[in-house]
Ligand binder design. Structure first.
Ligand code: DC
Length: 222
């Protein structure tokens, strides 16, 4: 029997996993682990070392040279690459693309897998990602798989970027295309592809508010 409670939240890009996971973690006083940020931190390291994301050999070799750290500062997850805080660099398009490509390599995934499991052994966690319920925490207390059509996710992201003045030339069409490409890569890779665990609670959030999703999950908690 696991000593601590773990809630796995999986789903495609832009479905609202981190928003929901953060709210739940706040309410339940659990630690929120954003595993996408781990893949993104490694991506920063590959980029800084001039590696081409498609070059599996170089990426794999670099992976053995990186020391990844995770720390909570004022309740916010900070990521460290060889001792340097890279948290502010994780949300660019280049990093998103590099993380999406390099996350398919088994060596990259296995390094993070060990770290993710070790964290969940030490505390109550809400962990979000693509393979948490299927691979990382197969014995999670509760598994949730969030879905929404690519169109709905692209609309949400477009609205959010417009409202915050961060569109930077992106259009609804370019956002939709990017999401569809990432969906394809995430769900077609050989190692730990994006898919719902058989025992996951699947929630289509297309027509739901954040509160409704949160309440649906809270009802399932033991
Ligand atoms: O959730 P995110 O967009 O921050 O994730 C960045 C990339 O990392 C995404 O393209 C897929 C990958 N990822 C993964 O393969 N497995 C996870 N558990 C989390 C993220």
């Amino acid at each position: 029997m696991a000593q601590y409670v773990s809630i796995a939240i999986d789903g495609p890009s832009g479905v609202g996993k981190s928003t929901i996971a953060r709210l739940l973690a706040d309410k339940l006083k659990y630690t929120y682990i954003d595993t996408g940020a781990m893949f993104r931190s490694l991506a920063v390291f590959y980029i800084d070392n001039g590696a081409d994301a498609e070059d599996k050999e170089t990426v794999t070799e670099l992976t053995s040279k990186v020391r990844l750290g995770i720390e909570y500062i004022d309740g916010v997850q900070h990521m460290f690459v060889n001792g340097k805080d890279v948290t502010d660099r994780l949300r660019t398009e280049t990093v998103s693309r590099t993380a999406s490509v390099t996350s398919q390599y088994p060596e990259v995934r296995s390094m993070l897998l060990d770290m993710q499991r070790a964290i969940a052994k030490q505390q109550n966690v809400i962990m979000d990602g693509r393979d948490i319920g299927t691979v990382v925490l197969p014995d999670a207390t509760l598994k949730v798989f969030l879905t929404a059509s690519a169109k709905v996710r692209a609309e949400r992201r477009f609205r959010q970027l417009s409202e915050t003045g961060k569109l930077e030339g992106a259009t609804f069409e370019s956002i939709l295309k990017d999401l569809e490409e990432r969906d394809y890569r995430d769900s077609h890779r050989e190692t730990a592809p994006l898919k719902a665990a058989e025992d996951a609670m699947v929630i289509d959030t297309s027509d739901m508010s954040i509160e409704e999703v949160e309440n649906a999950i809270m009802k399932e908690l033991p």
